[in-house]
Design a protein around this ligand. Structure first.
Ligand SMILES: [Fe+2]
Length: 162
């Protein structure tokens, strides 16, 4: 099974997006560390690493179909936020963008009848459901805690368990 030029380009765009997601989360991790939310910072470092693993999975997939991997420029990312809630809301928004991107990719793979790409991408559809669900739960939790410092520390401790 071969990759069309169009699908190869779209997969390379996704590789860039996965690296960019890692970069976004790294900015958040740095902010959370500065804000003394060590548990949340360590949670976000794991998220950063997970995105690198996603990027690597796409790299390997393109290579396995004899495609040409291209590593494009990634944008600068901010390292300052207004608090944990803002971080989580920004992360959730970012995941929704990634979900849309994976769905568009899957649609392309299906339209090209590239079943290998379809199978590969469906795993990421499931992954995105999980990612979005995680962030939604965390946002709810942090909203519930609100301005309660003790509650926030407890949440931070919990996040450190990841
Ligand atoms: Fe990802």
């Amino acid at each position: 099974m071969k990759l069309s030029k169009k699908l190869e380009k779209a997969l390379n765009d996704q590789i860039k997006k996965e690296y960019e997601a890692s970069y976004v989360y790294n900015g958040m991790r740095i902010y959370l560390d500065d804000a003394n939310l060590k548990g949340a910072s360590s949670w976000m470092l794991k998220q950063t690493q997970e995105e690198l693993e996603h990027a690597e999975a796409f790299v390997q997939f393109v290579k396995s179909l004899d495609g040409q991997v291209k590593l494009e420029d990634i944008k600068a990312q901010k390292t300052e936020y207004a608090g944990l809630l803002e971080v989580l809301e920004a992360a959730y928004e970012h995941e929704q963008m990634i979900t849309k991107s994976i769905q568009d990719l899957l649609e392309l793979a299906i339209s090209e009848k590239n079943y290998a790409a379809e199978n590969f991408l469906r795993k990421f559809v499931d992954e995105q459901v999980e990612e979005e669900d995680n962030f939604r739960d965390l946002i709810e939790l942090v909203k519930f805690v609100g301005k309660n410092k003790a509650g926030l520390l407890k949440v931070d401790g919990g996040l450190g368990q990841r």
